[in-house]
Design a protein. Structure first.
Lengths: 476, 100
């Protein structure tokens, strides 16, 4: 075998190896005990693919150029990416994933654009497959890029987290979509570079219009969807460049990401179309919702920090229900301190984790683990729900929709059917909440008006910190 | 349509099935790390940027390729680091996880 023939062989064998490692990595990532190893296996697969590619560039007689620019670009991206990923706070993880996903999408869009321009310069005639893949990679990659940046902006608080819905926005979306179709047709009929740049610009615009109307609490699903978009865009660039490693990896991510998106929707008992187009969180329909007992006994009992502390000091069992508000206020350390204090007094403390509590599935587990809450005190929905009725106090911190009994009882409620934590069955419920505003679903919560419920108004962190102080002062 | 493209389509279709199959039973708490892990895997797009840059013949193509490599590398390296940090949170607090 001469060197020229053995090179592609080794090259493709390396890609095959990395594809196998990706699949094994994904398999491990979806089982709790082996998840971290799975990430390592996938990283190993990546190292194999990258090394094989770089080695092939350096072999003599291949005619490749820009070697140092390639290494420089990789080095810059590697430093920026890993330093950013090291420094980001645990609470800001969701927007970090969104940002990184956007970069991948942007990369795919640029690759497609470059390949189209390259072909348009007359170096080669673009075949049908190449034309379809460049357009697909450009559109999906660009949507993922700009959509992810908007998702990042919403989670970071740069853009309003609310679902921004207007007829103008809907009309603009339809117009841009129609424009994209027209541009695709023009390019298919032989339109040149200016048309392709129009396609790129239009796709970027469409990504913004697609994500802007979606509320902050639905961002996890959106990020997951855009993640699978990037996967598909990468697969498309694989077709453009005739590179199996890109096709396999991109497709794996596209397919598993799509399934993951559907699983996430299922955990919230909603459909993907509902997430994308219903604009839940726009806040308008709350008051008008029929079926709510209009104006009946809408009085709320407020409790002072001191009274709440006294109550907590004298119970036997407590279940903490953490939610979005706890994550936003970063109250997890204060919550753990409160739990430690109560446990020293002999109170049995458990945490009830709703599958979609927080900004991402599993977010609460990560935050509480960061605050050194023992893993064996965390319970998921099925495990903990039977315990509520034997529990003295359910302490709901910044959670709302996940404890809304309307999901069980009120068929007209937008969240009807969503599995909830049965906090309302505890002997007493204390709700730590900033105000009476409804949660992201824009639905009123009948739990607040129950006779056994008391409200402790305030920012989750300051309220819990005050509780800790009051408990310490109240008697050692 | 030649045989090579058909082979690529084979790979694509089979990868779709594998992608669906491989995560069929994932517990809810792992949704986020899995999303982050798959996010890192599509960082392989960096190699696409590398191939564009390696064959770039004009300043414009060189610039596009370079930016694609930087963006892809951020996706790749950042993705694996973020996923590892997330999973570390899950594992280290488990009583059984102390050994590792």
């Amino acid at each position: 075998m001469n060197p020229g023939a053995s090179l592609p062989f080794l090259f493709h064998a390396a890609y095959l190896l990395s594809a196998v490692l990706f699949i094994v990595g994904l398999k491990f990532l979806s089982s709790p005990g082996r998840a971290r190893r799975g990430n390592g296996v996938a990283a190993l697969g990546m190292a194999v693919a990258v090394l094989a590619t770089l080695v092939s560039l350096w072999l003599p007689g291949t005619g490749f150029r820009n070697h140092w620019l390639i290494l420089g670009g990789i080095a810059i991206g590697a430093v920026l990416g890993s330093v950013g990923a090291r420094r980001v706070k645990m609470t800001d993880m969701p927007q970090m994933v969104a940002l990184l996903n956007g970069f991948g999408g942007g990369s795919a869009a640029l690759i497609s654009t470059a390949e189209f321009l390259h072909a348009a310069m007359g170096h080669e005639a673009p075949g049908t497959t190449a034309a379809v893949s460049t357009m697909f990679g450009c559109i999906i990659g660009a949507i993922s890029f700009s959509g992810s940046l908007v998702a990042f902006g919403k989670l970071q608080g740069i853009i309003s987290e609310k679902a921004i819905i207007s007829t103008a926005q809907k009309a603009a979306s339809i117009a841009v979509f129609a424009g994209l179709l027209g541009t695709v047709a023009t390019i298919a009929l032989g339109g040149g570079a200016p048309w392709f740049l129009t396609l790129l610009g239009g796709s970027l615009l469409f990504g913004v219009l697609m994500v802007i109307p979606i509320g902050g609490a639905d961002m996890p699903v959106v990020i997951s969807l855009l993640n699978s978009f990037t996967g598909l865009a990468v697969a498309a660039t694989g077709f453009v460049l005739s590179n199996n490693a890109l096709i396999i990896s991109g497709t794996l991510v596209g397919a598993s990401g799509t399934l993951l998106t559907m699983l996430m929707c299922k955990a919230m008992n909603r459909s993907l179309t509902n997430v994308l187009f219903a604009g839940v969180g726009a806040g308008a329909p709350a008051a008008a919702a029929p079926g709510a007992p209009a104006g009946a006994k809408k009085n709320v009992r407020e409790v002072s920090v001191e009274d709440a502390a006294v109550l907590l000091a004298n119970v036997h069992s407590l279940i903490v229900v953490p939610g979005y508000g706890m994550a936003v206020a970063q109250a997890q350390h204060a919550v753990r301190e409160l739990a430690d204090l109560l446990q020293k007094r002999g109170v049995e403390v458990k945490y009830a984790i709703h599958p979609v509590a927080g900004r991402m599935p599993g977010h609460m587990n990560v935050l509480l683990a960061e605050a050194n809450v023992p893993y064996d005190q965390l319970f998921d929905l099925e495990q903990i729900n039977p315990d509520f009725e034997h529990t003295d106090v359910a302490l709901v911190i910044g959670a709302n929709d996940v404890v809304n009994p309307a999901a069980r009882t009120d068929k007209t409620s937008p969240i009807y059917g969503m599995p909830i934590l049965d906090a309302d069955k505890a002997q007493h419920v204390i709700i730590v909440k900033r105000s009476m505003n409804p949660g992201f679903a824009g639905v009123d919560n009948p739990l607040y008006y129950e006779p056994r419920t008391t409200m402790l108004f305030g920012d989750a962190k300051s309220a819990v910190t005050k509780l800790v102080t009051a408990l310490k002062d109240g008697g050692g | 349509m030649n045989v090579m493209i058909l082979a690529e389509i084979y790979v694509f279709v089979l990868a779709v099935f594998v992608g669906f199959e491989v995560i069929s039973k994932v517990p809810v708490v792992l949704h986020t790390p899995l999303m982050s892990g798959t996010n890192a895997i599509h960082g392989i797009v960096m190699l696409g940027g590398v191939l564009v840059l390696a064959t770039a013949s004009t300043p414009l193509l060189t610039a596009l390729g370079f930016v694609a490599v930087v963006l892809g590398a951020m996706n790749l390296f950042g993705g694996f680091v973020v996923t590892d940090r997330m999973l570390e949170m899950f594992r280290s607090k488990k009583p059984a996880g102390k050994k590792g």
